[in-house]
Design a binder for this molecule. Structure first.
Ligand code: UDP
Length: 238
């Protein structure tokens, strides 16, 4: 395996099942759990950051008159709901899993994030889900992913996407000749303003030497194959 400790970024919107009007697609969570079983068995240590876009996005709510900071706190709570749902789905498949929140929550709901605790759980083979994003408004869960990956010393972020399998030089939906990169540097992403993750997240990943692997989350066994470097993807490097 290429990496020993990884962080998986799951988008909130990708967790929904639009056909069945479900905020959380339980079959999808089960599929993730089955892949995680293999990943944990292979000795890979796993953290997860989950978004909240299936329930709430701060920027959209702010457009409808909710003050932005409050709207963002609601978004952070949405990520916590997703984290708890994932935890349940994973535990149902006998995976050991903890939810650690950036926001101080009642301990009956989940634990509060403490760096050493997160690292210890991961070393012990438990999956750690970071809830509540960075805990601050005006950030995104992409930035939370690079922040936590840096804090707990992951070598790579697996960025599973729903609508693409990598980074392209133009939008492949509107330009049939758009070219996919096998690898690309952070500086090129910033210079060309390629919108694969937000710019704060890109700079932080660059400054902390993380690899980001962008791939299609809907591919068979996507998570396991992405760690192995055995999936169509783009690797973003320093
Ligand atoms: N959010 C925030 N600070 C963070 C992370 C998230 O305020 O550090 C809020 C923000 O309102 C955002 C929402 O939580 O719109 C959901 O997160 P995000 O949009 O990143 O989720 P995703 O797009 O991955 O589903």
């Amino acid at each position: 395996m290429k990496y020993k400790r990884v962080l998986i970024k799951l988008s909130g919107e990708g967790l929904a099942n639009k056909v069945k009007s479900l905020a959380i697609d339980y079959e999808l969570v089960e599929k993730f759990a089955l892949q995680l079983q293999k990943i944990v068995k292979a000795g890979i240590e796993v953290a997860i950051v989950v978004g909240g876009g299936n329930f709430w996005r701060g920027t959209s709510a702010a457009k409808n008159g909710i003050p932005r900071v409050r709207a963002d706190y609601i978004g952070m709570l949405a990520t916590t709901m997703n984290a708890l749902a994932l935890q349940s789905g994973f535990e149902a498949k006998k995976l050991k899993c903890r939810v650690l929140s950036s926001l101080t929550m009642d301990p009956k709901v989940c634990e509060v994030y403490v760096n050493e605790k997160a690292s210890k759980y991961m070393s012990d083979g438990e999956i750690v889900i970071f809830a509540g994003g960075t805990g601050r408004a005006y950030f995104t869960t992409d930035t939370a992913a690079t922040l936590f990956a840096s804090e707990v010393d992951c070598q790579a972020i697996l960025m599973g996407k729903n609508n693409t399998n990598g980074v392209y030089d133009d939008d492949p939906k509107t330009n049939r000749n758009a070219k996919k990169y096998d690898t690309i540097t952070y500086d090129e992403i910033l210079k060309k303003n390629l919108k694969i993750m937000d710019q704060t997240a890109v700079s932080m990943a660059r400054d902390n030497g993380l690899d980001v692997i962008v791939f299609d989350i809907n591919e068979e066994n996507a998570l396991f194959r992405a760690i192995n470097g055995d999936i169509p993807c783009t690797i973003i490097k320093k």
